[in-house]
Design a protein around this ligand. Structure first.
Ligand code: NAP
Length: 421
């Protein structure tokens, strides 16, 4: 018997002479970067998939015709942004049975179910890795790697602009200085309101919640708070308590339902998100089976976002279907308990601390730590309390604000209590 084995030939997908035509809607920051990257990587993608991807047509406000592009394309890449006409074009493409890749978080968080239904009805793929956390492959990890996991919680720093601003504030800048620096370095837009209000992060958390928990969540159902009201003082006092401040998006199982929310939160230094600084994004997924994993990387930028779009294009070319987690809706829960940091400017009178502790106690709060800064008329009390329902915290703050020795409205910021080792 001969021991010689037949020569191995490397397995390659069968080559098709037909190029794979990509219709590109939008040629701005991401669209133009995508066109460049597609050209640079076309030969490599042909080796991977067996077909050479080519740009079949481009649509902007001044050039191109959507019906013509749709007709001549195998797949549509939507990089216009916003709701209309992006929605109309994406629905048109899916309705025609064409695969769609998009980076449009506004569209997905407000019309996701309509789009998923349209894709399912025609067996077309809808892929959107670039819509959340830029180049960080969180969509793929949730829908593929962790498809079998029972996810308990997703925590994310999903907005690079606010993370940059908070990092600058931690180093002593005021909010206004930090925002101006973010704009100077191109991390914040001239109108930063979508980012600093928390709305951009809320859209991304709505998308992640659907994938991680099988629950359709509309942007309007995600309560969000931004970072505009934060003060440099808060960050400095919190640092003394061993806490760092981030804008955190959370989607988690709570009280038999699902809580999805975005707000600034203090983290203890061991938390995996505490060390994510500058314009970076990171997402932590917690589940019994995996304990916890954290993914991080650039959250925006034309070339980085285009790279995530290109990854989706290759996946769509290679795979007959896009993974789509089945729906298993949980009720949305609103009034969840959190730990809180509370900052109060008080006139230093005998019994002031006892009065505050009494109001907190009446609402069921227990104090974890307290520190006093300054004396006399300019004293400040900084406290951290154990988890308390938001409605009770609001009631306690209202009553504390009415105490005669309070010199200004008390401020509260949530604290994520878990200490990771
Ligand atoms: N920029 C980022 O870092 C980033 C990161 C993650 C996700 N995204 C997402 O990527 C998408 C694109 O963002 P971008 O920053 O590239 O936007 P952009 O720079 O403003 O570009 C938008 C493009 O869409 C075109 N467009 C606008 N309205 C149109 C219409 N009615 N019909 C046809 N074309 C139209 C514009 O045409 P003109 O050229 O004629 O103006 C432009 O080419 C958005 O969904 C965004 O949320 C962006």
């Amino acid at each position: 018997m001969s021991s010689e084995l037949p020569a191995m030939s490397p397995e390659r997908p069968a080559m098709s002479t037909e190029p794979f035509s990509v219709g590109l809607l939008g040629f701005g920051t991401v669209g133009s970067a995508f066109a460049t990257l597609l050209q640079q990587r076309a030969a490599h993608i042909e080796r991977l998939t067996g077909r050479l991807p080519v740009l079949g047509g481009t649509l902007t406000t001044t050039e191109g015709s959507f019906p013509e592009i749709l007709d001549s394309s195998d797949l549509i890449v939507e990089l216009i942004g916003g709701i209309e006409p992006a929605r109309e074009y994406v629905l048109g493409a899916l309705g025609a049975g064409k695969h769609v890749v998009t980076a449009n978080k506004q569209l997905l968080s407000q019309h996701g179910e309509e789009l998923f239904d349209a894709a399912r009805a025609r067996g077309a793929q809808l892929r959107f890795e670039a819509a959340v956390a830029g180049v960080v492959p969180v969509i793929r990890v949730l829908t593929e790697s962790l498809a079998g996991a029972h996810v308990e919680r997703v925590h994310g720093i999903v907005n690079g602009t606010t993370n940059f601003i908070l990092s600058e504030m931690t180093r002593g800048s005021s909010y206004e200085q930090a925002l101006a620096e973010a704009q100077r370095q191109g991390f914040a837009e001239a109108d930063p309101s979508e980012d600093v209000s928390g709305r951009d992060a809320a859209a991304k958390m709505a998308i992640l919640a659907r994938l991680a928990f099988g629950t359709p969540v509309h942007l309007d159902q995600v309560p969000y708070e931004g970072i505009e009201h934060l003060q440099t003082d808060d960050l400095q006092y919190a640092r003394e308590l061993g806490l760092g401040l981030k804008l955190i998006g959370t989607a988690e199982r709570r009280d038999g339902g699902l809580s999805v929310r975005v707000h600034p939160a203090f983290l203890y230094s061991g938390h995996p998100l505490a060390s994510v600084n500058g314009p970076f994004n990171a997402v932590t997924v917690e589940s019994d089976a995996i304990t916890e994993i954290t993914m991080s990387g650039p959250g925006a930028g034309g070339r980085q976002t285009a790279s995530a779009v290109l990854g989706d294009l290759v996946s769509a070319m290679l795979s007959p279907v896009a993974p789509s987690p089945p729906l298993d809706p949980l009720p949305l829960v609103q009034d969840v308990a959190s730990g809180f940091y509370i900052h109060m400017e008080v006139a230093d009178r005998p019994g002031a601390l006892a009065s505050i502790a009494q109001v907190l106690g009446e609402q069921g709060a227990s104090i974890k730590s307290v520190a006093q800064h300054g004396l006399g008329e300019h004293a400040r009390l900084v406290m951290v309390i154990h988890p308390l329902a938001e409605s009770r915290l609001r009631e306690a703050l209202k009553r504390i604000a009415a105490l005669d020795f309070l010199r200004s409205t008390p401020r509260a910021i949530r604290v994520i209590e878990e200490e990771f080792m």
